[in-house]
Design a protein around this ligand. Structure first.
Ligand code: PLP
Length: 386
């Protein structure tokens, strides 16, 4: 496919770390997972981290730990991967969306406030709001947090794109303005564990609940048990949990990748700076950055003016792909997915998200993108968009 839009970077240290685990006593439930959790905790400056087998699982146990059930309601952004919304449906709760800010592509705090005012009147306030840090740039968490105090909802940051990002000088993941933050380590994200994710929190209680839900709802912690003085074999199931555990192999890869997180993000910033200068004269807008945020730049998303060049999005997309540039589109608005249309959503419900989608295109951005490959991307864009 030529130059992909994103890919992992695996070095010899990463390979050695995984091989070492294969030769060790524990392939799962050993020392690497807690060590990986500690590595993320130290980096994010947060006391509790719960590692799981994907960010999707992390979103699910985050919702469960916050008590989301049938009759509950979760709001998120239509411009995200479907997992940001599906987590509510897993809990039997309902989903609704808050339209994006057309400049940041993030859930818009003003739309959120207006929707909350209406919801209070109609007695249908959300239990949880999931702001998604699109492309690695934090949402306006200060404002969303202030609204959560006023309207009584919980916050899960979907920071799947945003490990290594900062908001108001703090590393995303510290949960300064949220109850729980979720990171993804899928290979296209900033660091990878192949599949994997974590949930971070400042709350001991939420951490304990998430740990239960990730492992069958079962505990071996005597302090949590109903019956005391049983044998050493004894465990208790306290909730209906799942097997969402991360393996030792994945955790070892994650620990090794974390050593290079800042290097990964720095490189993304220099690639972005180059795109910003080289693409500025074209019929498109480049991603805007707010002063409060330091993005991890998971994605470089263009908004292309297709009418100006008299071409369709599909034509440009196909031409770039044919020229070896692995463009992609993040994301198809969730409310327009057939599954969500069947729940009652329709075109026109979230106009900023739909307009964003009609103009969007992600171009290659990843740690291993060479200067030569970036030249190719820039060249092809210039010729296709003229
Ligand atoms: C990748 C992603 C997810 C899901 O992550 P997995 O680890 O693949 O489950 C959720 N939300 C967003 C915004 C993502 O980009």
């Amino acid at each position: 496919m030529g130059i992909p839009y994103g890919r992992q970077d695996i070095n010899q240290a990463d390979i050695d770390a995984v091989l070492e685990v294969l030769k060790s006593d524990y392939l799962t439930q050993g020392p690497k997972v807690p060590l990986f959790e500690q590595t993320i905790a130290d980096y994010s400056n947060v006391p509790y981290v719960c590692a799981v087998n994907s960010a999707t699982s992390a979103l699910h146990i985050a919702c469960l730990a916050l008590g989301l059930t049938k009759g509950g309601l979760l709001w998120t952004s239509p411009i995200s991967f479907v997992a940001s919304a599906n987590c509510a449906l897993y809990c039997g709760a309902q989903v609704d969306f808050v339209d994006i800010n057309p400049v940041s592509f993030n859930l818009c705090e003003f739309e959120l406030e207006e929707k909350l005012i209406r919801a209070r009147r109609n007695n249908c306030l959300p239990d949880i709001v999931v702001p998604v840090h699109m492309a690695g740039q934090s949402c306006n968490m200060e404002k969303i947090h202030a609204l959560s105090l006023e309207y009584g909802f919980k916050i899960i940051e979907d920071a799947s794109h945003a490990i290594g990002a900062k908001y108001l000088q703090q590393n995303v993941g510290s949960c300064k303005y949220s109850d729980i933050t979720v990171f993804s380590f899928h290979p296209v994200k900033i660091i990878t564990t192949a599949e994997g994710g974590v949930a971070t929190t400042k709350s001991a209680d939420l951490a304990r609940k998430m740990e239960l839900y990730r492992s069958h709802g079962v505990t071996r912690d005597v302090a949590q048990m109903e019956r005391l003085d049983q044998g050493a074999w004894y465990y208790e199931q306290l909730a209906l949990g799942f097997n969402y555990r991360m393996t030792e192999l994945h955790a070892a890869l994650g620990i090794s990748q974390m050593q290079r997180l800042d290097e990964f993000v720095d490189k993304r910033h220099s690639l972005v700076a180059r795109y910003n200068t080289e693409l500025s004269g074209l019929p498109l807008s480049i991603p805007t950055q707010s002063a409060e945020s330091y993005s991890s730049f998971h994605l470089y998303i263009l908004q292309i003016n297709f009418t100006q060049i008299n071409a369709t999005q599909k034509e440009v997309f196909d031409q770039l792909r044919a020229a070896g540039v692995g463009v992609n589109l993040h994301y198809i608005p969730i409310h327009l997915q057939p599954y969500y249309r069947d729940l009652g959503f329709k075109a026109g419900d979230f106009p900023h998200s739909e307009a964003y989608y009609a103009a969007a295109m992600s171009i290659p951005l990843y740690f291993g993108l060479t200067a030569e490959d970036q030249d190719v991307v820039i060249d092809r864009l210039k010729s296709v968009l003229k």
